[in-house]
Design a protein around this ligand. Structure first.
Ligand code: PLP
Ligand code: SF4
Length: 325
């Protein structure tokens, strides 16, 4: 048997940086001048993303999203390891049920990039994610006729090979009451080479109506390669949306958020949600006060057409939907 060729994105993923010193050296920054601190949720960032950071700028908004710092070890009241009740929502391992009509499958624990504010940074993927959990999770979806939409999440579902993804989606599509597929992914932003010919041609033949929800927080994340990738995605006929997280020191600025919407729209992506930070342990230094968040949104409304203003929401455990602020 001839082994299948490794796709370019897979080698780029394998070459992602994991050592803060290496990242800082590439940016021309002296590690001694930055408050870096080791973390059980280690650094992970593809070079394609590093290339979008400004050199010699320790406050770069992309660097801030990925660099493990000492502030993460401060315990803040109200910040926990399971901030939005994911564990209680896992009615079957790997399957989260919170909202009517939708079921979310934690497909994998792997991500192309590690975001410091990630609300699942402490999630016990070992007990939930992976192919061994899919049988029971898909059986639960098949047994519940109210599920119209299956959401692939993680981790990042696009860290799966095209073959594994296609196999999974084929099984989802075989469930008669499932009408929509949603894929939540940061891969087209973190690693635009993931959107390659093989993936695009599979997406074109995908039997379910598909929504791809991207995750970009800052306009500098959407460079030409990312924009090309999302425009290619759009050509397959999928609906493209973006969710961002409001992050202090990254995008808590109306000009930055307006530019993000603008840049996304040029790339055929509509803004969907702007999330208030989920109170996950280790991310308190990213928090923006509710009043400031509301003021930012009001400023955005004055600058942008309505369809480019994201919905400002928060997730509260036990609530029947994401809640507008
Ligand atoms: C956020 C989320 C959804 C999707 O909610 P929408 O408001 O439809 O985007 C679905 N299931 C779970 C478990 C979620 O956390
Ligand atoms: S890509 Fe998404 S799931 Fe992965 S670390 Fe970032 S926010 Fe978390």
């Amino acid at each position: 048997m001839i082994p299948r060729a490794i796709a370019r994105w897979q080698s780029e993923l394998a070459a992602a940086l994991t050592r803060p010193e290496e990242l800082l050296a590439r940016l021309g920054l002296d590690p001694a001048t930055l408050p870096i601190a080791p973390s059980p949720f280690p650094l992970r960032v593809p070079l394609a993303y590093v290339d979008r950071m400004r050199r010699c700028d320790r406050e770069d908004p992309l660097l801030r999203q990925v660099l493990p710092v000492g502030e993460e070890h401060h315990l803040a009241p109200g910040f926990s390891r399971d901030p939005v009740g994911d564990l209680a929502a896992a009615t079957t391992p790997g399957l989260l049920r919170k909202y009517r009509g939708r079921a979310l499958l934690v497909v994998t624990g792997a991500c192309p990039i590690h975001c410091r504010y990630c609300f699942r940074r402490h999630f016990p993927y070992r007990e939930h994610a992976g192919e061994q959990a899919w049988d029971a999770a898909l059986a639960a979806v098949a047994a519940d006729g109210s599920v119209q939409e299956v959401i692939l999440s993680g981790g990042d579902p696009l860290t799966l090979s095209d073959d594994r993804l296609a196999g999974l989606v084929q099984r989802v599509a075989a469930i008669p009451h499932v009408r929509r597929l949603r894929v939540h992914t940061r891969a087209p932003v973190a690693l635009p080479s993931r959107v390659d010919e093989g993936f695009l041609s599979w997406l074109e033949t995908c039997p379910l109506q598909t929504v791809v929800v991207l995750h970009a927080n800052h306009p500098a994340e959407v460079d030409d390669a990312v924009s090309r990738a999302t425009r290619e995605l759009a050509r397959t006929g999928v609906t493209l949306l973006n969710q961002a997280v409001l992050l202090r020191g990254v995008n808590d600025d109306a000009r930055v958020l307006a530019e993000l919407s603008d840049r996304l729209f040029q790339s055929r992506v509509l803004p969907y949600y702007l999330h208030q930070l989920d109170p996950v342990q280790g991310a308190a230094h990213f928090q923006v006060a509710d009043d400031s968040a509301r003021a930012l949104l009001a400023a955005l409304r004055e600058r942008l057409p309505g369809y480019l203003v994201p919905r400002l929401v928060r997730e509260l455990r036990g609530a029947p939907s994401k809640l507008p602020l």
